[in-house]
Design a protein around this ligand. Structure first.
Ligand SMILES: [Zn+2]
Length: 364
């Protein structure tokens, strides 16, 4: 998302209505394929799967990499803006960690600065499906052209953390003047076709994809809009301008999904099953110290929707090794991973829906 483009100091202090002629340049997220479910997956279970399905296991250390040559490379000044945006998210106290790396192969988040290609990021864990030589995030305009462009970077990182567009929140009750929106976005600087405008603005999100029932027009995940695009609520007919940076609700939602939890790592021993708690803030972390170098199996027991992730501790930092998510499927999350004696691992488990009364995890 970009704030107002090319604005002068005068425009900065002007009212939203007076800014209506200033073209906004918007984030264009790659299209998300919506999940479909078999008839056995009950609606309340589907809601939880949609809400949590793209979020990271809490405590994950996400590595980010800047392309440093060719068309995708950015300036040092632009990289500094993005680094500051990662810091902004971390400063609110979330349990995720961010670290810049210089090798593409080590990075889950790969950032390009291809001008004219729009600003975008894939959503949450979907970035793991992107081939290693491709970008998972791009900044398509100069992030140093205004101090508020840091919000563009905060917004794109928000997508990487699994947060969708707030102006597509079905609870917002926004009624668009759709033809005007299509016409506006077809113009420069965006030059979007109708599909892109539909997917990024007009389309309402599945109610399950948004946390809570309130709309937050100040969210950093909300675009600003000029006058004449919104028919209702009437107070937004003259346009809408989020306050900038993370709103109070952005912080609250981020901390709900990724609370800063102490690493209460119970040691997992072979063939000892450990009962699991259910809920997004009930993620459990287990220490795994292999007694031999061999393939180990990990699995949940009991019908549930769970994510299992194994991380190797390298220089004290947990590095993602493998994960499995059984949500919406009639099977259990399982992992088969070769572990090495003398090394230490962490197994993270999040159960977000349970059908059976008891759910447990075991290693063998
Ligand atoms: Zn966006």
């Amino acid at each position: 998302m970009s704030k107002q483009k090319n604005h002068t100091e005068n425009q900065e202090s002007a009212s939203v209505a007076a800014r209506a002629d200033v073209p906004f340049q918007y984030c264009a997220m790659p299209q998300i394929v919506e999940r479909t479910f078999t008839a056995e997956v009950a609606p309340n279970r589907q809601e939880l799967i949609i809400l949590f399905g793209n979020k990271w296991l809490n405590g994950t250390l996400l590595h980010y990499y800047f392309f440093n040559e060719g068309l995708w490379a950015g300036s040092e000044a632009e990289k500094a803006v993005v680094r500051e945006a990662f810091k902004t998210w971390k400063t609110i106290g979330i349990g995720l960690e961010f670290k810049e790396v210089t090798f593409r192969s080590e990075a889950e988040i790969r950032i390009g600065f291809l001008k004219g290609d729009g600003s975008w990021s894939y959503l949450g864990r979907d970035i793991l499906d992107i081939p290693i030589n491709n970008r998972t995030m791009n900044f398509g305009w100069d992030l140093t052209r205004s101090p508020r462009e840091i919000d563009t970077a905060i917004h794109e990182i928000g997508h990487t953390l699994g947060f969708p567009h707030e102006h597509q929140n079905p609870n917002a009750g926004i009624v668009w003047d759709e033809e005007k929106v299509y016409a506006e976005l077809a113009k420069p600087p965006n030059r979007w076709d109708r599909t892109k405008t539909f997917n990024n603005i007009i389309r309402k999100l599945d109610p399950s994809a948004v946390e809570g029932s309130n709309w937050d027009p100040n969210s950093v995940m909300h675009y600003p809009f000029g006058a004449g695009l919104i028919k209702s609520p009437p107070e937004y007919m003259r346009g809408i301008q989020p306050a900038g940076s993370l709103s109070a609700k952005d912080k609250e939602v981020a901390l709900k999904f990724y609370p800063l939890l102490p690493e209460q790592e119970i040691e997992l021993a072979p063939f000892v099953s450990i009962p699991l708690e259910v809920g997004i803030d009930r993620q459990q972390n287990f220490k795994v110290i292999p007694e031999a170098t061999r393939e180990y199996n990990f699995a949940t027991f009991g019908l549930s929707d769970s994510v299992l992730g194994i991380f190797e501790k390298i220089d004290g930092e947990p590095r993602y090794t493998d994960a499995d998510d059984d949500s919406g499927e009639a099977r259990n999350a399982t992992l088969r991973v070769k572990l090495f004696v003398g090394r230490e691992y962490v197994l993270r488990v999040r159960v977000y829906y349970q059908q059976d009364e008891k759910v447990a995890v075991m290693m063998w």
